[in-house]
Structures are given as C-alpha cells and as structure tokens.
Design a protein around this ligand. Structure first.
Ligand SMILES: Cc1cc2nc3c(=O)[nH]c(=O)nc-3n(C[C@H](O)[C@H](O)[C@H](O)COP(=O)(O)OP(=O)(O)OC[C@H]3O[C@@H](n4cnc5c(N)ncnc54)[C@H](O)[C@@H]3O)c2cc1C
Length: 429
C-alpha cells in the first residue's frame, strides 16, 4: 500500500475530488438481512476496583458511534487509557453514515481500521450515476493513482460501528461501558470528567484530564463547548429496496428529481438504500398515510424502472424511516479539559456523504497532535496547544463543508439544471 502511505495531500485531493463529484452535482447519497448484534463481545463493564473510571484514565470518550469508537481505538492504540461511555451498545439500526467516501476510506486505513468494513457485506463504490427523466450518465472517482483496494464503501451503519467498537474493546487499555452521560463535571472553568447513569440506573462520576464529547448530531453536551447554530434545510426519508439491481452496479445513484434529489446506493449485496430528500423541517405524516401517498404519487413516478417495483413494495412494507438533515458550522469555545468531535462538533448536509470522512480526518489530526504528549494533566496548556486542531483540520473539513454550504445555498432547480448540464456533457446512455 505504498501509494497510500504519506499521501496527505492526495488524500485531501481525493476527499475533495470525490466530494466535488458528489456535491457539485447535488449528489451523493448520501446481503442478507441480519439479526442486530448485541453489544460487542469485548465490551466490558467497568467493575469497581478495576481500572476504568478511576484516576488512571487519560481520556473519557462520550459516545461510541462513528467518531467515538474510532477515536477510542486510535487513542488506545497510542497507549492512552480510554474510558468510553456509550448509552446503547447494541447494534444501531439507522439510515445515517452508510456510504464512506474514498477519502474517508483512506483515513480509515491511516487509523488501522480498514478491516472494519470487512465481513459486513460492504459494497465497493467507485463513482456516481446521475439520472434525470430516463437519461443517465456515470462519473467515476479519480482513483487511478491509488491502490486498487481504495474506493468508497457502503454498508449497514450499525454493522460498521459494531466492528469498530469490537476493535476498540479488544485493546486492554480501552474500557467500553454502557451508560448515559448526563453532564460534564466542571471546576473553575475546567472540565474534569462526566456524570453518567449506568445501565442499572446508578449515578456515577468519572474523571480524566481530557474528555472528548462524541455524542452525535443531537448532542446534549455540546452547548457548554461551542455556540451551536444548527440549520435543518430538509429531511431524508429512508427505505430499503430489495430484489432489484441498481442501473449501474457499484455506483451511488443520484436521481435529479422534483422537488429534491433522491439517492440510491447499495448497503449490502441484496439491499439498496433509497433516501428521498424532502425540503423543509417537516415530513408528511406517516400515521395518516400522507407519507405513503406522497412517496407513491410524487416520488415513485421519478424512480427508474429497474427500482420501481421494489420502491412500491418498500412503501407497502411500511419500514419508512426519517432523519432531519442538519448542518452546523464548527464554532468551538475552547475549554480546558474537553473537546468536541464528530457531529457534536460540526455537521454538513448529508447530501455530501462526508460526515464520516470529516470525523476520521479529524481523528487523524488529533492523534498526531496528542502523540508527543505523555502528560495531559496541564489542562490550560493542553487547551491552548489543541487550538491548532481547529486550523489543521481545515483542509479536509472545509473542503467538504464549503461545498456543502454552496449546495445548501443553491436552489434545487439550480442544482438540477447543473446536474442536467453534466448529464448532457457526459456520455449519455
Ligand atoms: C440521513 C443521514 C445520512 C447520512 N449519510 C451519510 C453517509 O452516507 N456518509 C457519511 O459519511 N456520513 C453520512 N451522514 C453523517 C454521519 O452519519 C455522521 O457524520 C456520523 O455518524 C457522525 O458520527 P458521530 O460519532 O459524531 O455520531 P454518531 O455516529 O451518531 O454517534 C453518537 C453516539 O453517541 C451516543 N450518545 C449520544 N448521547 C449520549 C450520551 N448522553 N451518553 C452516552 N452516549 C451517547 C449515541 O448512542 C451514539 O452511539 C449522514 C447523516 C444523516 C443525518
């Protein structure tokens, strides 16, 4: 994997290029059905008297989702004693974080976590297809200079997270505990740790020189650590299509539909995720049947014939999920003893499919910054030192976020026209 190692700029280039391909076109999307796995085998309860929540902890990580589990493994591998507190260790079942861009996969390799996309029926993604009114074209990621393994990956988010949790839990110096963090413990403006409720309802406190909050897009804890300005321009309505093939295998599909794009991509060898963008903060009511009616009358006529039958079958099956599409610029209030990561820190519209890429890229930056520091106890010096994190993360994070800002500031008709111009310019099949 010689081409991959030491290719920082190229990584950014691929991240940017793949996102450019994706967002430029208002695109992106962003097996067999398996039982949801229980908590990872290696996850251990912190037992009184054993190391875990005691004074020996270097870093507390709140949340073991995409960012938290990767961060716990990364810091654990660097010899830190990490105490992870996650409110639900069972396999998540959700419609987020299912397509990892090639730039994100490169970061996963840098973190030594690339095996987490193995054995989960993940699918390779090598580019996008754009579809409009029966016409379509393909755009490939510019990956010629990379090892053949490098490509996007799409999968069930929960399977991927369980793999990363298992990997983190396999390190003896990483403790995963199921519990809900209720507050940060602050003393004289410095965060000293967290208060949390265990699975059995016990209220406990944990202390560490550094607490990293990765509690996701609905973060309850970010308010003390940043000035959150959350925008919700639209929602995604998610369905799983079965018994059908995408017009272009191994490609994300962006249907330039009216009033908003529709994304389709494989999440296993037998399932296709379909995400319908619905403008505004409210979706049609599921209970009253408005949602099914909207999907059948407005959306279905714009679905390619290869997917139409499965789309209708998925609506009839009723397993329709919704998620608000949130964006939030990074606006940290540097606080000694604590840091935000992942969606708790910074969000961009999921149409970029860049959330996981930003999270992994940020973890690489943080890991490199922390590496030379053995002692994390001088909270104010550490806080000053970590301010460079906000500058160093910008090349990747801003590329992804800026394209997003442009996307969200464009109207859907503008984007559709832009996409159509691309369809016309490229070879049309
Ligand atoms: C509809 C949608 C589709 C998306 N699609 C993509 C995509 O295709 N590709 C992509 O790269 N990104 C995508 N994203 C973005 C991506 O999902 C996020 O960027 C990514 O999941 C962020 O990881 P995270 O660790 O910050 O949050 P999460 O993965 O949500 O993890 C947060 C964790 O914190 C835990 N937690 C929360 N509160 C507490 C608490 N108080 N105490 C303890 N634990 C707590 C939760 O249980 C959870 O496990 C999408 C987002 C949306 C909304």
């Amino acid at each position: 994997m010689a081409e991959v190692a030491g290719t920082g700029q190229l990584v950014v280039g691929v991240a940017a290029a793949s996102l450019l391909v994706a967002t430029f076109l208002a695109v992106v999307l962003g097996g067999r059905r398996r039982r949801r796995d229980p908590a990872p085998e290696g996850a251990r309860r912190v037992v009184d008297g054993q190391w875990g929540g005691g004074s020996g902890t270097d870093v507390i990580v709140v949340g073991a989702g995409v960012a938290g589990s990767a961060l716990a493994y990364t810091l654990g591998k660097d010899g830190r004693r990490v105490h992870v507190i996650e409110r639900d260790m069972t396999e998540p079942d959700r419609i987020v974080g299912e397509l990892l861009q090639p730039g994100g996969y490169l970061k996963l390799i840098e973190l030594g976590l690339e095996d987490c996309v193995q054995e989960i029926d993940a699918q390779r993604v090598i580019g996008y297809a754009l579809l409009k009114d029966g016409r379509n074209t393909k755009l490939s990621y510019p990956l010629e200079k990379f090892h053949s393994d490098v490509a996007g990956r799409s999968f069930h988010n929960g399977r991927f997270i369980q793999k990363m949790r298992q990997k983190a839990a396999s390190l003896p110096n990483v403790q995963l505990e199921q519990g809900t963090v209720t507050s940060l413990l602050e003393e004289g403006g410095t965060v000293k740790g967290v208060q949390y409720k265990t699975k059995s309802g016990e209220e406990l406190k944990a202390y560490a020189p550094l607490t990293i909050v990765c509690d996701g897009c609905f973060s309850n804890l970010r308010r003390a650590l940043c000035s959150p300005k959350v925008d919700v321009p639209s929602c995604f309505v998610g369905l799983v299509l079965e018994n059908c093939q995408l017009p272009h295998p191994n490609h994300g599909h962006v249907i330039l539909a009216n009033p908003s794009p529709i994304l389709c991509y494989p999440i296993s060898s037998t399932e296709i995720r379909c995400l319908v963008d619905v403008p505004g903060q409210k979706v049609p009511s599921m209970a009253s049947g408005e949602m099914a009616s909207y999907l059948k009358t407005v959306v279905a006529p714009q679905i390619p014939p290869e997917l139409y039958g499965s789309f209708i079958a998925a609506i009839d099956k009723g397993n329709i999920r919704t998620m608000p599409n949130r964006s939030m610029p990074a606006a940290p209030l540097p606080t000694p003893g604590a840091l935000l990561m992942g969606d708790a820190f910074n969000m961009r519209h999921p149409l970029t499919g860049g959330g996981m890429t930003v999270a992994f890229s940020d973890i690489v930056v943080l890991r490199n910054l922390l590496k030379p520091l053995r002692n994390l106890h001088d909270a104010s010096s550490l806080c000053k030192y970590l301010e460079s994190f906000y500058t160093l993360r910008k090349p990747v994070a801003s590329t992804i976020n800026t394209w997003l800002v442009r996307y969200t500031k464009s109207s859907v008709p503008q984007l559709t026209r832009l996409g159509m111009r691309c369809v016309k310019l490229a070879s049309i099949t």
